[in-house]
Design a protein around this ligand. Sequence first.
Ligand SMILES: O=C(O)C(=O)C[C@]1(C(=O)O)C=C[C@@H](O)C=C1
Length: 391
Amino acid sequence: MATATYIIRSPAVILSGKGTVSDQKTASPFQIPQFSMNRRRFTALFASLHDDNNTSDGSNKIRKAVGLEKLFEDSPYDVSKDSPLHPRPLTSTQLPNTISDGPRLRVAYQGVRGAYSEAAAEKAYPNCEPVPCDQFDAAFEAVEKWLVDRAVLPIENSLGGSIHRNYDLLLRHNLHIVGEVKLAVHHCLLANHGVRVEDLKRVLSHPQALAQCEYTLTKIGLSREAIDDTALAAKHVAFEKLKDTGAVASSMAAKIYGLNILAENIQDDCDNVTRFLMLAREPIIPGVEKPFKTSIVFSLEEGPGVLFKALAVFALRQINLTKIESRPLRNQPLRASDDNNNGSKYFDYLFYVDFEASMAEERAQNALRHLKEFATFLRVLGSYAVDTTML
Ligand SMILES: O=C(O)C(=O)C[C@]1(C(=O)O)C=C[C@@H](O)C=C1
């Protein structure tokens, strides 16, 4: 039977399911002396959640499908070995504000200067050094390869919905969610000086930004063209000195690239908020001193009421869910329905759930233990403080 070696390097990662994980190692997850919760119980809990004695082939297939087998292979150093280089896990109380003490934290974001993601990085980590990345993948990789300390990436918007790419990348990469930050997004219509709204034929921006301004752009009658980020759209319009093309971007982008603001607040709803995730190589130790949220991803066997059963583990413990998202389980061949086989085929899905509880709480631990009884795969993406700041 094929076996895989997993180095479980954090207490916040759970690999579970019906496959064989023959040789698990746990790498010194707790190094913080001021760790305040019942450390022994927490360690025992994670050890038990990692302890997978099931033997059917289900989860190995899933791990292969989502690339989990690669999780630790590319690690710049093996954290299972004691090393002075091993950074201490961040504590929840260090985040997000006190993190800027000491040397400036380098924070990757997707886009160029003036992108909303840069503003989100600065809100998440005041006084940080924002590091632009061309794509979301590059931001994930920059953290993994120790080029930067953190990444701040958008995950959902109140008008446009989920940013699916980042849901997929969360699973493909080996980073932990250590916080969230919400940013009010006020879009402007930008153009070169001397250009009027009537002169414009098209507008460039990030697809999310274009979707958020759908109504206004249709009213003006502009054709839309997608570009990697809002600030890059502004930069392109400015550098190419375009006369018939505008950009949807921030007032900061207008300032940086010397564009004129033709219209402000052009998003379809004045309450336009994007939620960003703060990602790090190490998880934080979850606390209970302030409102916490936990993000997980899991998959289930096919069958009637299975998702209902999965969600009931939270309802039974009065745990509120704040988000549920399903994504196709990539590289998983289409399965034929075995019961009442009528030749129908269906897809397999991963379910991403955010719930309002800390992994330091017994009810959250029990809920996940319960879920693990029938989930074919389960991973905790992070347990982190809720962003309760006023926008
Ligand atoms: O293009 C930018 O400026 C970004 O930061 C990206 C992004 C996104 O991906 O949703 C971020 C916030 C806004 O919702 C629009 C675009």
